[in-house]
Design a protein around this ligand. Sequence first.
Ligand code: ADE
Length: 275
Amino acid sequence: MKVTILTLFPEMFTGPFSCSIIKRAVDKGLVELETVNLRDFAKDRHRTVDDTPYGGGPGMVLKPEPVFDAVAAITGKKGQKSYTVLTTPQGEVFRQQIAAELACKEELLFICGHYEGYDERIRTLADRELSIGDYVLTGGELPAMVMIDAVVRLLPGVLGAPDAASNDSFSAGLLDYPQYTKPAVYKGMAVPDVLLSGHHQQIAAWRRREALLRTAERRPELLAQVALSREDRAFLAGKIPGLFGPEDAQESRKSSEGSAESEKGRIFESKEGSE
Ligand code: ADE
């Protein structure tokens, strides 16, 4: 993948892109990262890229000419326009699903805004306008870094284990389950027995339940986007009464009895099968 970043502050990218996993991805040739200085496309000797807003008001607005010229130059070199992201607090809020979509593109171009905003005509250059959250930063550089980091780690070969990213928080629409490493007991806090059992199906079932519970407790709104099995719903309704509304709670209580039994049966069956 090739990622180009159009910015007034290329030096901001040096640190984040020259260490850890991103650097390794660059060194392995899995991604090429290039910054282009927007100021190089200013027309006057003061290298002006912003101006006062028509109609009055505070702050400065990014001028259209340097941005259009820069995008034309970047495109001209390659012959084909990259999938173009405009960083703006007015954009769609970035999330894991969008990172996955961007990771499928061959070439990305991030246009980082600064000052009070963009001249509205600049928006016509974008395939997508993205925000990293409902707060306003001094510019689009940090948002671009955040998004590029989230995208690059999804590229094949970037993370060590091939399925490392598929266990992430959000990859199945749920927050991640709790993780532990050695020692088994630390300051009186013990790792749950199931994780030491070596029983893969029980571990997977425990992780699913913990991920469901953690998501329901911390980010219940995410559950609306997740395909929940009857078993999932029964488990959650048993833990958090009223989570699915009063009628659903009743329904889930009924099925909970059945599904708890069937889960026991399933684990028992698979245990037998594996012995
Ligand atoms: N520029 C300033 N704030 C931003 C935000 N929250 N997301 C994307 N771009 C921005």
